[in-house]
Each structure stands twice: as C-alpha cells, then as structure tokens.
Design a protein around this ligand. Structure first.
Ligand SMILES: NC(=O)c1ccc[n+]([C@@H]2O[C@H](COP(=O)([O-])OP(=O)(O)OC[C@H]3O[C@@H](n4cnc5c(N)ncnc54)[C@H](O)[C@@H]3O)[C@@H](O)[C@H]2O)c1
Length: 259
C-alpha cells in the first residue's frame, strides 16, 4: 500500500470526486478526515472509509472560512497527532453567459475554488512545516483551467488560477519537503456535471439532463469518468512514488484535452 501510516484531509468529501478520493486514499492505507460544508453526506463517506479498515473523521468545514479551516486542523491534530496529505477538492460551478454573471456568483466561484483552496494550503502547509516531516498536497483543478468552456468564465478563471497556484506552491514549499501537484479532470459522473446538463436543458427548454450528460463523455474513453478513477490518480500523486512529479497539473480526462 502506498499511504500506510498517513493521515489525509479531503475537502468537499461528501460526494463526487471528493468521496472517490477519500476511498482511494483509504484503499492505499491512509486514515482520512472527510470535510464538507454539507454535513449529512459526510457520514456515508466516513462509513465507506471505515469499511476499508481505516479511521475516518467527518468534519463540517467551509473552506472559505479561516476559522473553520483552523478549527479543522486543530481537531485533526487532537485526534490523529499528524496531517500528511491535503486534497483540495471542494468546488462550485454555476453556468452563466459571461455578461450575465453576477458579482455574487463571481465572488462565490472565486472564493470557494481559489481562496478556499489557498486557505487550506496555507494552514495545512504551516502544520506540515511545524511537524518537520513534509507532506503532499493535491489540488483539483479542471480541464476548464486549460481550455475553458462556454458559460463558465468564472469557473474557467478559477481553475486556471489553481493551475498557476499549484506551480508556485510547489516551488515555494519544496524546501520544506512538501510536494504539490494538481489533477485536471474531464467529465466526471457527479452531481456537478449533472447540474450543468440541467442548466443547458432548462435554458433551451428541451432535452433530458440524464441523457445530455452522457454526451459529455470523453470521445476516446466512450463513457463518463468515475470519481474513483480520479481518486486513484490523486492517491498516487499523494504518495512518495510521485516525488519526481512537482507543480504539475495532470489531465485525468480520458484523452479529451490536447495539452
Ligand atoms: N465533475 C466534473 O466533471 C469535474 C471536472 C473537473 C473538475 N471538477 C472539480 O472537482 C471537484 C469536485 O467536483 P464534483 O464534480 O465532485 O462536485 P460535487 O458538486 O459533486 O461535489 C463538490 C463538493 O464540494 C462541497 N463544497 C462546496 N462548497 C464548499 C465549501 N465552501 N466548503 C467545503 N465544501 C464545499 C459540496 O458540498 C460538495 O460535497 C471540484 O473542485 C470541481 O470543480 C469536477
């Protein structure tokens, strides 16, 4: 196993890719702290982690709140006495043509996807540095941060910021033994993707979101990506096996992004 005796924090772990990451980390032997702004679904993720024989701690946490993140780090230390891995997965995506994006929507997207990720990196990296044993951070960016998609200007911008921030976090945290990378998923079968399909169907007044979402599948793969498949790449990047990969934003998109 790649992650025995490691303690991981996964944000946005109540569902989707965050839950997939929590399971994949547990499969590799890590104990997993599962955090989300929505408390109820966390219990199910924690049960799945415990079912793999690992310890799990569900924590309600809003990544945009410095107090929440600080309290979470303190709770983790009280329970596990260490924190080795951070997976910054919490994210939001709301579609709107660029001229219709309200300042409230812009702020929410940038607050959760960029400020929240930065806050978690900052506070967890401080802990990793004081532990003196290094650590790994895996950020969840998106192929939207590389190619961009229509009606997602705020989301595209936020994920491009994550890709750039990943590069500089890696450079500045390397002297402390902390390795930072990102993944750029393509179309993953989650509620977020289904909500995008719902928005398109509502706006055009036709189509079934469940059918439309299947058409987002990467052509080379021929199906949507599963959260656990992204999770397993995250688990690899979180391990010592990935030490030579640094500051990268790796496509996990079934071949849909050309670079
Ligand atoms: N689904 C895709 O196709 C896809 C593709 C590329 C990137 N991503 C990215 O992957 C990540 C997970 O996406 P998903 O598809 O699983 O989405 P999802 O909507 O299914 O899950 C996101 C989770 O984040 C949580 N969250 C939202 N705001 C939060 C906050 N302020 N604090 C803490 N938790 C918060 C939600 O409650 C939810 O549980 C996101 O960063 C998303 O941008 C998704």
């Amino acid at each position: 196993m790649l992650l025995e005796n490691k303690v991981a924090l996964v944000t946005g772990a109540g569902q989707g890719i965050g839950r997939g990451a929590a399971i994949a980390l547990a499969e590799e032997g890590a104990d997993v702290v599962v955090a989300d702004i929505k408390e109820a679904p966390l219990k199910e993720t924690a049960v799945l982690v415990k079912g793999l024989g690992r310890r799990a701690l569900p924590l309600r946490m809003d990544v945009t709140s410095a107090d929440d993140v600080q309290t979470a780090v303190e709770r983790i230390l009280a329970e596990f006495h260490q924190l080795d891995i951070l997976v910054n997965n919490a994210g939001v995506c709301k579609l709107n043509p660029v001229l219709d994006i309200s300042l409230e929507d812009w702020d929410l997207t940038l607050d959760v996807n960029v400020k929240g990720l930065f806050l978690c990196c900052k506070m967890v990296a401080q802990q990793m540095i004081s532990q003196g044993s290094g650590g790994t951070i895996v950020n969840i960016a998106s192929n939207a941060g590389k190619v961009g998609f229509p009606s997602m200007a705020d989301y595209n911008a936020s994920k491009a910021a994550v890709i750039n921030l990943t590069r500089w976090l890696a450079a500045e945290l390397a002297p402390h033994g902390i390795n930072v990378n990102a993944v750029c998923p393509g179309a993953v079968d989650t509620d977020m993707l289904l909500d995008c399909a719902r928005w398109i169907c509502d706006r055009s007044g036709e189509g079934d979101p469940h059918e439309l979402v299947q058409t987002f599948a990467p052509e080379q793969l021929g199906r949507l990506i599963k959260p656990i498949e992204v999770g397993r790449v995250i688990a690899f990047l979180a391990s010592d096996k990935a030490t030579i990969i640094r500051g990268q934003s790796i496509n996990v998109d079934g071949g849909s992004t050309p670079y």
